[in-house]
Ligand binder design. Structure first.
Ligand SMILES: NC(=O)c1ccc[n+]([C@@H]2O[C@H](COP(=O)([O-])OP(=O)(O)OC[C@H]3O[C@@H](n4cnc5c(N)ncnc54)[C@H](O)[C@@H]3O)[C@@H](O)[C@H]2O)c1
Length: 365
């Protein structure tokens, strides 16, 4: 690695969050090595970067790879099945990546004398007995329930990060990420936002687990990326919550999505999955004070900014019937394009005025 640019390894870089981080670090002048086994991610999330000399894609499983090179300045670990559908489909891979994969990356960080950041999760708090959750809360996790493959994998990853920090003085950063949404989420990943939007666009019933009274926060991906970057460059080695503290019940959120999409969908109620958290809301005091960070995007703007992307996904997968009626935009119908609207199609196809898909030439703008 002869380049004078900062060398940054992003594990899970072909996933939803990882690919947005690849864009950000390339834009910030790093050389990015993206390692991904494409278990739940997609090469198309980074295909716009493949010809860039500052971007290298390595198709590998971090749970079985120790030879990913050295000489890195920064390592970000975003490799892990993240949606309940995915980690229930890949339970052992999920446990492996949080333990073996994490340990492999820590070995590379130690050999490189790199700073390493782990994408942890609000799920380390389990079904919380404290609300909102701040970083001092140790959590309420069922260690043998179906969700435990994810929760305990992430808790182990935090434990081994802390251990490397204590034993070797390695510079470690732990981001406890709360629900985040944005472009490049898979339509079929089972998470709330893509599921609701797909159902709304197809005028199918919106499926709510339980009675819809459980709460979730929703953080827009650009805000999350900014929080991660600030944490990486900070001196904080203890965990920091990164999420949007504005919580909403799932029932209210379903109604919001129906309104934003102009859908005719009704609501249907399904049994609540085992150990599903009833409430979730980050206390982000620490991020505000230490990182000077808080989310800048309100939910209505953020969700509206993802709709074109989901339209494209619905079309691409040939899911019919597609609801093509006009969408209520918070910014008005024409002109007056805000920064968030301009950003929404970064690296994606977008719908031009003639209704044709057009590729953005520079995805990093
Ligand atoms: N999106 C959220 O709301 C959220 C919330 C909390 C935490 N997180 C964490 O952020 C990270 C990224 O989440 P995401 O939403 O982008 O999920 P994602 O599934 O889109 O991305 C995960 C990526 O990791 C890759 N991967 C999985 N196992 C791997 C392995 N063994 N070796 C190499 N690559 C591997 C997948 O192929 C995928 O590209 C995860 O660690 C997740 O736990 C996400």
């Amino acid at each position: 690695m002869a380049s004078s640019k900062p060398q940054t390894l992003i594990a899970g870089g072909a996933g939803f969050l990882g690919s947005h981080l690849c864009d950000r670090f390339i834009r910030d002048g790093h050389h990015v090595t993206c390692v991904d086994n494409l278990l739940t991610g997609r090469l198309e999330n980074v295909d716009h970067l493949l010809g860039d000399p500052d971007f290298t894609f390595v198709h590998r499983d971090i749970s079985t790879s120790t030879d990913l090179g050295t000489g890195y300045d920064f390592i970000l670990n975003f490799a892990c099945p993240a949606s309940p559908i995915d980690y229930l489909r890949y339970p052992l891979e999920t446990l492996d990546v949080g333990s073996l994969g994490m340990r492999n990356l820590l070995g590379i960080a130690k050999a490189s004398n790199a700073r390493i950041l782990q994408a942890s999760t609000s799920e380390v708090y389990g079904d919380p007995l404290v609300h909102p959750q701040d970083e001092s809360y140790w959590g309420h996790v069922n260690p043998i329930g179906p969700r435990s493959v994810y929760d305990e994998s992430k808790r182990f990853a935090e434990a081994i990060m802390a251990s490397y920090h204590r034993e070797f003085g390695l510079e470690t950063r732990i981001a406890r990420i709360f629900n985040t949404y944005g472009t490049r989420m898979r339509l079929d990943d089972g998470r709330v936002l893509p599921t609701f939007i797909k159902q709304a666009l197809c005028d199918e019933p919106i499926s709510i687990f339980g009675d819809g009274s459980q709460t979730r926060p929703f953080c827009y991906v650009d805000d999350l990326v900014e929080g991660i970057v600030r944490l990486l460059y900070s001196d904080e080695s203890d965990p920091v919550n990164i999420g949007n503290p504005e919580e909403i019940t799932i029932g209210e959120f379903a109604e919001e999505v129906v309104k934003l999409t102009g859908s005719r969908s009704s609501i249907t109620y399904l049994p609540l999955p085992e150990d599903d958290p009833k409430v979730r809301k980050p206390d982000i005091t620490k991020a505000r004070v230490i990182l000077g960070w808080s989310p800048a995007t309100n939910r209505t703007d953020g969700v509206a900014s993802t709709l074109d992307y989901f339209f494209d996904e619905v079309s691409r997968l040939g899911i019919a019937p597609i609801n093509r009626r006009p969408i209520q935009r918070p910014f008005g119908r024409a002109g007056n394009r805000s920064a968030i609207q301009r950003r929404r199609s970064q690296g994606r196809l977008f719908r031009n005025r003639a209704g044709k898909n057009k590729r953005i030439s520079d995805p990093r703008t």
